[in-house]
Design a protein around this ligand. Structure first.
Ligand SMILES: [Zn+2]
Length: 567
């Protein structure tokens, strides 16, 4: 039996589901197979129609009343293959996905007030600049009671804006409730100023509309869906379930698959002696996910729920940029003004490399079975060592209240790793390949997500040659591996530090994040496909645009063109 632990984030609340997956035997009966394939194709089509429906009515999310109506539109998708409960669940899941993606976008597009532009000047003549020349410009934002209020209000539907107040929490401290009172008093005070209030409402609506316009259509890729064990607990209705048949000599574990209103298939499950141990704590008689995998087996995901604070932690984003390395260190992490370096156990690594070289000398094609096994062992040992290292790093970041990390979406083999390592006596490229170090970023993602940390990937383009002060992108900025020195402004810094700073900034700055990346449903970024030149041009123009924007943020708001005034 194939048992796998996977983690799925449930979208309608902050609970996560830990899923244990069981698979059926591969289907051999061709009629059954055809029937099942048809079923999942059909469900996928239904999901597709549901998703389109919600997406086409996305504006309804702006008004509470319309949103409630939209949330109840599952009945029109009634069909012969699913129970009413399953239709509702499937619809609700898609609805919640859209809702969640809107809320994520809201978090990323907060109101900020531009405080001032900080300009730094050269204090004395340097090789590159004269005293009094501009060294750097930086926009400084601040939050005010008004922006805090507005950042709360963008979560409120338009038709509730006039009446809504923050609610008091039971068991809250007096101090917390006093804060709520102060907030509500402030909100009421603003409401009494009719002209101001209308303007604020207009701003909120404009922002909400802009956020809504960024929502992406969800295209369901599979027909997986949630099956009901019992559709109605009060009725002895038939549902789908995993059960054990002790009287059967050939198979003991079965899935009763209710595939249509009056059609039930019994599928034997791939058997494993560990079955009882693995499933001891799992309720077999529960609602579960089903899907058809590409081996023609049915996967059944039985669930345990547990609380995970994925969204809750991100009240204030704390972003860390990570520059992965292998040469000088394992990675350098930038948090605010600080840089932390993590290295790996070089003695351990050297030993693995030496063992590897011994096998290498034989030549892969001539390897005996035992040597092949040895090779696998080395790879595994190294893998688990680096996985452990990743988890140590994530623990440390979690202790520093980091909620988001950014890594380069890089293929270590392709970048400048052709060089021969004196230390290990083999090229870095070869090391990366044999020891599968390209997996490192995936380990960060998987382990990070389990901890509730968002993991973004950004393009590796120009991260090591961009000056963080004047944003000049030039190869010559990095004359050697260790040192970064800007040919334009003379800014000098450790090269790895500089890279980790740039990597973090790609996500920290709204404009860069939006222009260079796509978002997944949890608001995690992956790089858009763009040419190197386009990326460089985009970065330059973003900084240029930033330094031009100045002025009173609460006057002259004209939507997109002046994005910094409300964004
Ligand atoms: Zn510079």
């Amino acid at each position: 039996m194939a048992i796998r632990k996977t983690h799925i984030k449930e979208l309608n609340d902050n609970k996560s589901i830990r899923t244990k997956r069981i698979s059926s035997h591969s289907l051999t009966n061709s009629n059954k197979t055809k029937r099942i394939q048809l079923h999942f194709r059909y469900i996928r089509k239904i999901k597709y129609l549901m998703s389109n429906y919600v997406f086409n009515h996305i504006e309804d999310f702006l008004f509470q009343e319309n949103k409630d109506i939209l949330g109840n539109q599952y009945k029109q998708f009634k069909n012969q293959e699913m129970s009413a409960w399953e239709v509702q669940q499937t619809y609700q899941e898609l609805f919640d996905k859209y809702h969640n993606s809107i809320n994520t976008l809201k978090k990323q597009h907060k109101f900020k007030v531009q405080n001032k532009i900080k300009i730094e000047y050269y204090k004395k003549d340097t090789k590159y600049a004269k005293k009094g020349d501009i060294k750097s410009t930086k926009i400084v934002f601040k939050t005010t009671p008004l922006t805090r209020l507005m950042n709360w209000l963008i979560y409120i539907e338009k038709d509730k804006l006039d009446t809504v107040l923050k609610s008091y929490k039971e068991n809250a401290t007096i101090e917390a409730n006093n804060k709520v009172k102060a907030f509500n008093d402030y909100l009421n005070k603003i409401r009494n100023n009719e002209k101001l209030w209308e303007r604020i409402k207009a701003l909120i609506l404009m922002k909400q509309q802009r956020i809504i316009s960024k929502v992406k259509r969800i295209i369901p890729k599979t027909g997986s869906y949630r099956k009901a064990y019992k559709e109605n607990p009060n009725v002895t209705s038939v549902g789908s379930e995993v059960f054990i048949d002790h009287s059967n000599t050939q198979f003991k574990h079965f899935y009763k698959f209710k595939i249509a209103k009056k059609e039930i298939l019994y599928l034997p499950l791939a058997y494993n002696q560990d079955f009882h141990n693995h499933f001891k704590n799992i309720n077999l008689n529960a609602n579960h996910y089903v899907s058809l995998n590409n081996k023609g087996q049915i996967n059944i995901g039985l669930q345990e729920t547990f609380i995970q604070t994925f969204e809750e932690t991100i009240s204030k984003e704390q972003v860390a940029g990570i520059d992965l390395n292998i040469k000088h260190n394992f990675c350098v992490i930038n948090i605010d003004e600080n840089y932390i370096e993590f290295d790996y156990d070089r003695e351990f690594f050297k030993k693995q490399v030496n063992d590897l070289k011994a096998i290498d000398a034989i030549g892969y094609n001539k390897l005996s079975i035992e040597n092949k096994r040895k090779l696998q062992k080395i790879v595994k040992r190294t893998e688990s060592y680096f996985q452990y290292l990743v988890s140590e790093i994530l623990d440390s970041l979690q202790n520093k209240a980091i909620t988001e990390i950014v890594l380069e979406d890089l293929n270590l083999q392709k970048t400048g790793f052709k060089t021969f390592s004196e230390e290990f006596g083999v090229s870095y490229n070869r090391l990366v390949k044999i020891l599968r170090l390209n997996q490192v970023k995936h380990w960060f993602k998987n382990q990070g997500n389990k901890r509730g940390i968002k993991v973004h990937f950004t393009s590796p383009c120009a991260t090591s040659i961009e000056c963080s002060v004047c944003h000049t992108i030039e190869k010559d900025n990095r004359r050697n591996q260790e040192e970064f020195k800007c040919i334009e402004c003379g800014h000098t810094i450790n090269a790895d530090n500089q890279a980790s700073f740039n990597i973090g900034n790609r996500i920290k700055l709204d404009v860069l994040r939006d222009r260079l990346h796509n978002y997944d449903e949890f608001g995690q970024c992956t790089p858009k496909i763009m040419s190197r030149d386009t990326i460089k041009r985009t970065i330059k123009s973003c900084y240029k645009q930033q330094s031009l924007l100045n002025g009173d943020p609460f006057t002259d708001c004209k939507g997109e063109t002046n994005s910094k005034c409300v964004a």
